[in-house]
Design a protein around this ligand. Structure first.
Ligand code: IMP
Length: 409
């Protein structure tokens, strides 16, 4: 497969960074397609841990071309900080990506005080709102100070915000000057790469259950992590994406507010949280933990057309005595067929579980699928069969080396 979308199938934090990094070893181009520095992608190799919020995970690889597509929203401070750590000769930033300005973060914090979504307070929602309202400031505005001042003033006057764009531009000029040559029409570039038969990975942030359309609205982010949103976010035709690799954590987590039907009791949750270090990479918040939810996964696969699955963090399942999988929801005793749209319905759902015996072994050094405990194999094969997708990878630890290849993609 040449061009592969890597998509989080749950509420984010599935381990997309690790899988992107793994596949980037054999790829030409990595494209981050949506979101901003609300994301936190962790990559571990040779005992070194790298946290990325904004740059594509391919940045770690010398020969990989990295693209930040126009579906993204970009916080310059985070960008400059990450660029200080990584060499970026092969980085291109879309001229159409929108800028997160300092006041977007203030608005986000203020909105969330009232609406209580539990956002990351990174200004994501307010920036995407300005984009849709046709008032946003794009990366191309940075190419000249006059344009930037004009565009930011235009935005601020519509919101009654006092902000000095000239001061901001001058203060950041040294860094802005460095990124200007990287700002380009990345859709044009990407189509050229497709024609040249380059191998391309599209790296999603967050997960389908946080998608603005397909997620647990309004407890979602403001972009489209789903594969169906990807072509629009990068500017290529949908049929140029050959496959989708869905990243599925072996249990569920979510951070922030919002319904979570399979959430487990705190005693077991805290055991898993500590074993897997389930704390937000961006905000440090403890993640909520739940059993695997096939209803949500089947819903997520509708908009993302799963081809392959990568199961992650399977090694911590030995903390659970009985592995439970939610196979359907009921509302007032009646089984429901599709994922509820309204939050009030979602609050009423009762998960029905099927149970699998667990295993007690340490599997962090297992190298082959056949050598995994039979209990784990049965659990993973059941989920893959239900999702009608093949297992490509099983991850048994955070390091790049702790990845079992089941199907060469
Ligand atoms: P926002 O994206 O900051 O607007 O936050 C909206 C919701 O998405 C909140 O519940 C966040 O906790 C969640 N969220 C945003 N980014 C991530 C992520 O990378 N991992 C997990 N949850 C996220």
């Amino acid at each position: 497969m040449k061009n592969i979308a890597i998509v989080g199938m749950q509420w984010g934090d599935e381990g997309k960074g690790k899988m992107t990094d793994y596949l980037a070893q054999k790829t030409d181009v990595v494209v981050r397609y949506q979101g901003g520095d609300n994301a936190g992608h962790t990559v571990v190799f040779d005992g070194k841990k790298i946290d990325l919020h904004l740059l594509p995970s391919g940045i770690i690889h010398k020969n990989v071309i990295n693209i930040m597509a126009h579906g993204m929203v970009i916080n310059l401070e985070t960008l400059f900080k990450e660029l200080r750590k990584f060499k970026s000769e092969n980085l291109y930033i879309s001229d159409r990506a929108h800028l997160i300005l300092p006041f977007h973060r203030d608005i986000d914090t203020e909105n969330d005080r009232i609406q209580k979504i539990g956002t990351t307070k990174k200004g994501i929602g307010p920036t995407y709102s300005d984009k849709i309202l046709r008032k946003g400031v794009r990366m191309s505005s940075l190419q000249s100070m006059d344009r930037f001042i004009h565009d930011v003033n235009n935005l601020c006057s519509s919101k009654n915000i006092s902000f000095d764009p000239e001061k901001y531009y001058k203060e950041n000029f040294k860094n802005i000057k460095e990124i200007i040559p990287k700002i380009t029409n990345t859709s044009f570039l990407l189509n050229k790469f497709v024609e040249e038969n380059k191998r391309i990975i599209f790296e999603g942030a967050q997960g389908v259950m946080l998608d603005i359309d397909h997620g647990t609205y309004p407890y979602v982010t403001s972009s489209s992590p789903s594969v169906s949103g990807l072509p629009q976010a990068v500017g290529i035709a949908p049929w140029k994406i050959n496959a989708a690799l869905g990243i599925i954590k072996a249990y569920s987590t979510r951070v922030g507010e919002g319904p979570f039907p399979t959430e487990m009791g705190e005693r077991l949750a805290s055991k898993i949280r500590e074993a897997a270090n389930e704390y937000g990479t961006t905000t440090g918040r403890p993640r909520r933990i739940g059993y695997l939810d096939l209803v949500a996964l089947k819903h997520a696969s509708l908009s993302s057309g799963l081809t392959y699955i990568a199961f992650t963090i399977c090694d911590v399942l030995n903390n659970i005595d009985v592995l439970k999988v939610c196979d359907y929801y009921t509302i007032e005793g009646k089984k429901i067929n599709t994922y509820p749209s309204h939050i009030e319905d979602l609050k009423l759902v009762k998960p029905h579980y099927i149970e699998f015996p667990s295993f007690q072994k340490d599997i962090t050094n297992v190298k082959k699928f056949d050598e995994l405990p039979v209990e784990l194999k049965n659990y993973l094969l059941y989920i893959s069969k239900e999702l009608k997708s093949e297992i490509a990878f099983v991850s048994v630890g955070p390091d790049r080396k702790q990845t079992i290849i089941c199907n060469e993609i």
